[in-house]
Ligand binder design. Structure first.
Ligand code: AP5
Length: 215
């Protein structure tokens, strides 16, 4: 299964991507996570990326494409992959076509999580994540057993730097202007596009996705 998981910020791509990765036993490749790793590591790439991420803007394509090329060409992506947060504009989608052609691979589907803006804003405001193990919670919808502590490893939960309200508004604008047109691109390319209602519970959304992707 070579899949793109698509949807606005806070739609649940990371949450569903992790579950689908387990279900299909293939890696989830999140460009947001790769960038946050680089920011935490304090690398030059991380320092450059952070300026864009904190402003809610897209990180330049050249940076992202280097990361994706390396990850897709790696051993673990040979059985398949779930791309989360990439491609985010038509230029990235065109570049992905080139990478996949080079690797003799092709996309099986684009799965779209449809969620209204008001709900994604609420989900993002309530998101807390564990920097130690990467687990993600939500104070409104998926709270940890002990407030502020990770159920999995006991680490202290934090709010992402780009989850401030004004940055979220900008991320949504960027999604509408630059990322949504990617769907029309894949429509023209003939890649199957599967829409699911992302506003339901985590379990419901997962069941819809599995059923849409297995048929
Ligand atoms: P990225 O990390 O990709 O962020 P995003 O696309 O904005 O998506 P999010 O991570 O905010 O949300 P999500 O859809 O994964 O939702 P989640 O599962 O966490 O990108 C961050 C930044 O990096 C970008 O702004 C950009 O600067 C840069 N970047 C990344 N990729 C790039 C690229 N390709 N090109 C250029 N720049 C790039 O869920 C959200 C919350 O809701 C959680 O708290 C979760 O617990 C909760 N939740 C999830 N599902 C449900 C549900 N069904 N019911 C109730 N709560 C739920």
């Amino acid at each position: 299964m070579n899949l793109i998981l698509f949807g606005p910020p806070g739609a649940g791509k990371g949450t569903q991507g992790a579950l689908l990765a387990r279900h299909f036993d293939i890696p989830r490749i999140s460009t947001g996570d790769l960038l946050r790793d680089a920011v935490r590591a304090g690398s030059g790439l991380g320092r450059e990326a952070r300026r864009y991420m904190d402003a809610g803007e897209l990180v330049p394509d050249a940076v992202i494409l280097g990361l994706v090329r390396e990850t897709l060409g790696g051993e673990s992506a040979q059985r398949g992959f779930i791309l989360d947060g990439f491609p985010r504009n038509v230029a990235q989608a065109e570049a992905l076509n080139g990478i996949l052609r080079f690797l003799h691979r092709q996309l099986d589907a684009v799965a779209v999580l449809d969620v209204a803006d008001e709900l994604v804003i609420k989900r993002i405001a309530g998101r807390r994540s564990c920097p130690a193990c990467g687990a993600v919670y939500n104070v409104h919808f998926e709270p940890p057993q002990t407030p502020g502590r990770c159920d999995a490893c006991g680490g202290e939960l934090v709010q992402r730097g780009d989850d401030r309200e004004e940055t979220v508004q900008r991320r949504l604008e960027v999604y509408r202007a630059q990322t949504e047109p990617v769907l029309a691109f894949y429509g023209r390319e003939g890649v199957p596009i599967r829409h699911v209602d992302g506003s339901r519970s985590v379990e419901d959304v997962q069941a819809q996705l599995v059923s849409a992707l297995e048929t």
